[in-house]
Design a binder for this molecule. Structure first.
Ligand code: PMP
Length: 425
């Protein structure tokens, strides 16, 4: 590497430096290249790493990282970040970064195929479902779903348990005849209704739910069944995707933006039953037609290659953790600790969501004395716990504790909350 750079008559000093890079693996070597004859001497450091390690061997230095409670983009698994770092410069000896590869070359094909295979293994996705890696975020799916699953005169049902479901409904109004069959807005979105009393439209092509409302922290623990035998259940799983096992066969279509649980922003995953593909409305843009993407294995145009690669690393990591049953156990433990702390605070902290549907991923809570909120956030920030401010539309606090939030992060938050209460009650 560095040595090949010495092609001029100018002197180059190659000097091995101590291994002090924050995320360096022990089998890495860092060189400093000092260029002496330039008008101004300068030096460049570069590191060589063994490219195909399964997991980086050295832990990052915790003092470099904060506990990031953001709702998305959100914290990613540290070992995934480290692996991506080790492969960033030269992926598996290909001589280039994943960011530089042709999406049609065999290297990238192996990446996207492995990502899909690992996701299929994680969620036990049957062969009669297609897996699509798309762009445009979950918001684009608010339009793609009605465009692909309904005709302009068709009725479709929306169960609205928060503002994402509401947004999905409003977008569908442009393409078909959606009906809100239940809306939790008047109660400030704190619950999921009983399914027995729902008045579904007899001919609804689909019933849409948002499986986890990221802002309000309301999560479906059971799923409704469409009353139309030819209708299907559709779920926006953006904020609880791969956080627990899901019976995919209960759904006609699942979609999820990646940037909460499974990767960086820029990738949206759609899992759709194959017999539902191929009926897009004529006005559908080509980029919103599932048939086009399914026939081209998500490579119709240039996909978000690096994001898909990152999702693949996350899927691999989730499998190594033992799959989604294990992941769910960890998520239940983390959420349990936090909700207990809130419920045991004698009203100092309060979570408005009905206990039976509290989200394992997004925990909203308010302070009894709202005037303390700014101080709470400031002190938490000082303790390297960031992004705890609730969504601008609801205020209060929200701790997003996705798969990648370590138990230590939740324990630290709870200890801080107790201490804050002791000082401010
Ligand atoms: N649905 C849910 C449940 C979300 O949480 C979000 C983003 N926070 C969206 C949809 C919109 O996703 P995107 O920004 O990727 O379009």
């Amino acid at each position: 590497m560095a040595a090949t750079a010495s092609t001029t008559s100018h002197s180059l000093l190659l000097q091995k430096t101590p291994q002090n890079h924050a995320f360096l693996k022990p089998n890495s070597t860092t060189f400093t290249l000092t260029y002496q004859r330039s008008p101004k001497p300068f030096s460049i450091s570069c590191s060589a790493t063994t490219p195909t390690q399964d997991r980086p061997l050295v832990q990052s230095q915790p003092q470099d990282r904060v506990f990031n409670f953001a709702a998305g983009p959100a914290t990613l698994p540290e070992n995934v970040l480290l692996k991506a770092q080790s492969e960033l410069y030269n992926w598996h000896g290909s001589g280039m970064s994943v960011m530089e590869m042709s999406h049609r070359g065999k290297d990238f094909r192996s990446i996207i195929e492995k990502a899909e295979a690992d996701l299929r293994a994680l969620l036990n996705i049957p062969e009669d479902y297609a897996v699509l890696f798309l762009q445009g975020g979950a918001t684009t799916q608010f339009a793609a779903v009605p465009l692909n699953l309904s005709r302009p005169d068709d009725t479709v049902d929306y169960l609205v348990t928060g503002s994402w479901g509401d947004k999905a409904f409003k977008e569908a109004q442009k393409y078909c005849k959606p009906k809100v069959i239940w809306n939790g807005k008047s109660e400030k979105y704190v619950r999921v209704p009983s399914f027995d009393g729902l008045e579904q439209s007899p001919n609804a092509k689909y019933l849409h739910i948002c499986a986890n409302e990221t802002i309000y922290g309301v999560e479906f623990k059971e799923y409704p069944v469409p009353s139309n035998p030819n209708g299907v259940l559709v779920a926006d799983m953006s904020s609880n995707f791969c956080s627990k096992p899901v019976d995919v066969t209960r759904f006609g279509l699942i979609y999820a933006g990646a940037q909460k649980n499974v990767g960086p922003a820029g990738v949206c995953i759609v899992i759709v039953r194959k017999d539902l593909i191929g009926n897009a409305q004529e006005i559908s843009p080509v980029m919103l037609d599932y048939k086009i993407h399914a026939e081209n294995n998500s490579l119709y145009n240039t996909p978000p290659c690096f994001g898909i690669y990152m999702c693949g690393l996350v899927f691999e990591d989730l499998l190594k953790q033992g799959g989604l049953e294990e992941v769910e156990k960890k998520n239940k433990k983390k959420a349990g600790i936090l909700y207990n702390a809130i419920d045991e605070s004698k009203g100092f902290y309060r979570c408005p969501v009905e206990k039976s549907v509290r989200s394992l991923m997004n925990v909203p809570f308010t302070l009894e004395k709202p005037e303390l909120e700014a101080e709470f956030l400031k002190e938490a920030d000082r303790e390297k716990m960031v992004q705890l401010k609730g969504h601008r539309s609801v205020g209060g606090m929200r701790a997003s504790i996705y798969n990648a939030m370590p138990l230590a992060g939740v324990e630290k938050l709870v200890a801080f909350m107790k201490d804050f209460q002791a000082r401010h009650a």
